[in-house]
Design a protein around this ligand. Structure first.
Ligand code: FAD
Length: 407
């Protein structure tokens, strides 16, 4: 199959594309590889954008996936600042905004996602989202100058930005319609741990209310919430989730349903076209349905698998979802996928913020999270991955080694 492939085009300049490019060359492919991104930068990783880079603790260039020479050394053409505007599947070409046409034998769609926005405060300065390196540098500067920031949304981005803003000395109010931060993923009991964490670090949480208006003249000055109260503020960060960038795939007639539809080998209905990372809604054999995972590890592993698969490897991508987060002095890893009704069993001390939480459905562990407990993720992956029933008391018993729980 490889012999027939001369041109590989990777659309998007995020981690998934970069990982694909790396894997393609590692596999010994000697045809042309072109990575096309609409951003002015070479591929970079996003997690530092809400952590060290945002806080000014690491320079922006530490976020790059590869050193600058990597692409030239591996004969990978990187085209920056030129979005792909169309795919002609019949001709086997992509067209970019500059009018350049490129042929492809294999194409990867790794266009990622963009932040959801609020239909409020149009034209007001100081209403921002966080997705790109430039967003992060700009937000870090603004946070350093602002006295008060309001963060809309207590998800991962909102929580991490709140922690960074406190680090930079700003007063912070977080607004979210749910009763605890991170409730959609962690549920109310573990969400309450994050409410305590943020309050202990001086964040004002306005939970159970939505934002109904943003007011100001040129710049935002006030946030209005659904209970009729107002928050005087100088900056608003909107962190209310993302929308996958599926438009190219849709226009090309590929299947799209909250993500580009691909099978477990990350191929679309067109055998030449693959998708990976935040934009991909991929069939997951374990769950028997498609998942679209918006996390770093997924972009890295799916990107690499897609790179190998577009050369013909046929590798099934069936890794458990995994993510991590850092907020203040708390670090966590989460593996698996819990349902909102799943039971929670805790090993350790919630109040001391040092524990492992397990989510269970029908006696089987669906997900696990280690918070300020380290070097356990392999055990947790084995416990979640086994799909076996596990006794709750064994999960909760801190004296019983996890290696025994998993065996
Ligand atoms: C601030 C922030 C912090 C995060 N922190 C964590 C974390 O702590 N832990 C974790 O697990 N995950 C985290 N994530 C999520 C993780 O970074 C993403 O899952 C990952 O970046 C997805 O990579 P991707 O390559 O699929 O997409 P993206 O990183 O979105 O890259 C897609 C790229 O394609 C470009 N593009 C889009 N359309 C076109 C087009 N038509 N032509 C050319 N280029 C195009 C985009 O501009 C972008 O550069 C964080 C995300 C953000 C934004």
């Amino acid at each position: 199959m490889t012999a027939a492939i001369a041109d590989v085009v990777l659309v998007g300049g995020g981690l998934a594309s970069a990982a694909a490019a790396e894997a393609i060359r590692q596999d010994g492919f000697d045809g042309r590889v072109t990575l096309v991104t609409d951003e002015p930068h070479h591929p970079y990783e996003r997690p530092p954008l809400s952590k060290a880079v945002l806080m000014g603790d690491a320079p922006p260039d530490t976020a790059y996936v590869h050193a600058p020479d990597f692409y030239a050394d591996h004969d990978i053409d990187v085209v920056t600042g030129d979005p792909v505007t169309g795919i002609d599947r019949h001709a086997g070409t992509v067209t970019t905004a500059s009018g350049t046409e490129r042929r492809f034998d294999r194409l990867l769609l790794a266009t990622g996602a963009r932040p959801r926005t609020l239909p409020l405060g149009a034209g007001l300065d100081g209403v921002v989202t966080l997705r790109t390196l430039d967003d992060s540098v700009d937000l870090g500067r603004r946070l350093g100058e602002t006295r008060h920031v309001t963060i809309v949304g207590a998800g991962w981005i909102g929580c991490e930005v709140a922690a960074a803003a406190r680090h930079l000395g700003a007063a912070v109010t977080v607004v979210d319609p749910l009763a605890t931060p991170l409730q959609r993923v962690l549920g109310p009991r573990i969400g309450a741990v994050f409410a305590d964490l943020h309050r202990a670090n001086g964040v004002e949480l306005r939970l159970g209310v939505g934002v109904t208006d943003l007011r100001g003249d040129d710049a935002v000055r006030q946030v209005v919430t659904s209970d009729g109260s107002t928050i005087d503020t100088e900056l608003v960060v909107v962190g209310i989730g993302v929308v996958p960038n599926t438009e190219l795939a849709e226009r090309a007639g590929l299947g799209v349903d909250d993500g580009v539809l691909v099978d477990e080998t990350l191929v679309t209905a067109d055998p030449r076209i693959f998708a990976a990372g935040d934009v991909a809604s991929a069939w997951h054999p374990r769950y028997g349905r498609r998942l679209r995972v918006e996390h770093w590890a997924n972009a890295r592993h799916q990107g690499a698998a897609a790179g190998r698969n577009l050369l013909g490897a046929g590798e099934v991508h069936d890794r458990l979802p995994y993510f991590y987060s850092d907020q203040y002095d708390v670090g966590l890893e989460y593996v698996g996928l819990a349902g909102t009704d799943d039971d929670v069993v805790v090993r350790g001390d919630l109040a001391a913020r040092e524990f492992i939480a397990f989510w269970l459905a029908d006696g089987c562990v669906t997900a696990a999270m280690n918070l300020n407990v380290w070097d356990v993720v392999e055990d947790l992956e084995a416990i979640v991955g086994s799909g076996r029933r596990v006794d709750r008391s064994r999960l909760a018993d801190p004296e019983l080694p996890l290696a025994e729980v998993r065996s």
